[in-house]
Design a binder for this molecule. Structure first.
Ligand code: PMP
Length: 396
């Protein structure tokens, strides 16, 4: 039946993580595999109140079709937050509400990519971006990540070797590594971009979840190239309502994104937009985010403490200052896929690094999510994983 399908879908893979999550749905398994926010952080009662208010105040209006750009007061709220938190001059016209930031990635692919265009992403990079952009059949290149950002020498070489159209980055608490680019790294790479035609994409779903250290300016502050910011309420309010946004101060880019959005789905779920907005004006978002950060900080501490106790010393671990993930590098001789199989028998799961790479794939990396288990469960899970690592090391 393959002759029926487009090349683009035939060349795209199923999400390896979704497949793994099926295995980890089993309740006996301690899972560090998912990338889900902790459901105890969802403001369920307040969202229910917001839903009632919106419906009783506005009646049938909130169930009607709406504008492609999104609900204006919500776009104004987001623009104002960029101004107050980051000192950026952003207006409501610079914001397009999307169905999660994941749709933002798809729209960017639609607007910018022809088949065989060159796209640069981080190594390892966000799997969802690889999936979304793959449908537009570009050539991917990856640039190595260090603890303080990307490898600048490699970045410069790649920018000049290929005609890179898009550089996609997750500069804060990156998925999958948890790494944050330092100010110096952002400044240097912003400067390098200035000599090119490359569009800078900064995807920032985790930026508000910083529990250690201080915020760093966006890369776009150091570059005059066309740039796009992606944002989302998924990690700070709820992912299920699918409200994210694209921000760009370039009207030429925004015009094209609006055409692509209209063609895709006319507009983002209007009822969800109204409910989220009502929630935001009736509640204290800062307080809510502080509560999430406290929770995740404790979970991150618990995971790092247990790793120090149970993992052999030659396992390299990132120490994220926020977000939801940390990244482990095993000795070269070890395979994280083999470890996954052994760990499953001990009823603990994680994501092997493989799906976060395009091209050459290191075998010895893995992602650990700490936001979905309490500290006691984290300790038990890491103890089991440590046991699996030691068993595999002994066999090597
Ligand atoms: N970008 C990154 C880096 C992510 O980790 C995620 C969620 N896993 C998304 C985008 C998509 O988020 P959403 O569509 O829920 O806003």
């Amino acid at each position: 039946m393959n002759q029926l399908f487009s090349d683009r879908i035939l060349n795209s893979k199923k999400s390896f993580i979704r497949e793994i999550l099926k295995i980890t749905n089993n309740k006996d398994i301690i899972s560090f595999a998912g990338g889900l926010p902790n459901p105890i952080s969802f403001p369920t009662a307040a969202l229910q109140d917001a839903m009632n208010t919106v419906t009783s105040k506005n009646g049938s209006h909130v169930f009607q079709y709406a504008t492609t750009e999104g609900y204006l007061p919500l776009r104004e709220y987001i623009a104002k937050r960029y101004q107050t938190k980051h000192g950026l001059t952003i207006n409501a016209d610079d914001i397009l509400i999307t169905s999660g930031s994941q749709q933002g990635l798809d729209l960017i692919g639609k607007v910018f990519l022809n088949k065989d265009d060159h796209v640069l992403i981080e190594k390892p990079g966000y799997l969802g971006a690889i999936q979304a952009l793959s449908l537009y059949e570009p050539h991917f290149h990856q640039v190595d990540l260090f603890e303080d950002g990307i490898d600048l020498n490699q970045f410069k070489t790649l920018l000049h070797q290929h005609n890179i159209k898009l550089f996609y980055s997750v500069p804060n608490f990156q998925n999958p590594t948890g790494i944050t680019y330092s100010k110096a790294n952002r400044e240097a790479l912003g400067g390098m971009l200035n000599d090119t035609q490359t569009v800078l994409i900064e995807d920032d779903p985790y930026g508000e979840l910083r529990f250690i250290g201080e915020d760093v300016p966006y890369i776009q502050s150091f570059s005059s190239n066309p740039s796009i910011l992606l944002g989302s309420f998924s990690k700070i309010v709820t992912p299920g309502m699918r409200i994210g946004w694209i921000c760009t101060t370039r009207p030429e880019i925004m015009d094209k994104l609006i055409i692509a959005k209209q063609a895709s789905d006319l507009h983002t779920n209007y009822f969800s937009q109204r409910v989220i907005y009502q929630y935001l004006i009736d509640n204290n978002l800062e307080e809510h985010i502080s509560h999430i950060k406290k929770l995740y900080k404790e979970q991150r501490e618990a995971m790092l403490l247990s790793i120090a106790e149970y993992f052999p010393e030659n396992i390299k671990i990132t120490k994220p200052e926020g977000g939801m993930f940390l990244w482990a590098t095993l000795p070269d001789s070890m395979s994280s896929l083999k470890l996954f199989e052994l760990a499953s028998t001990l009823k603990v799961a994680f994501v092997p690094g493989e799906p976060f790479y395009v091209g050459e794939i290191p075998q010895n990396t893995l992602r650990l999510n700490y936001t979905n288990s309490d500290p006691k469960t984290i300790d038990e899970g890491i103890k089991r994983l440590g046991q699996a690592i030691k068993t595999l090391l002994a066999q090597a």
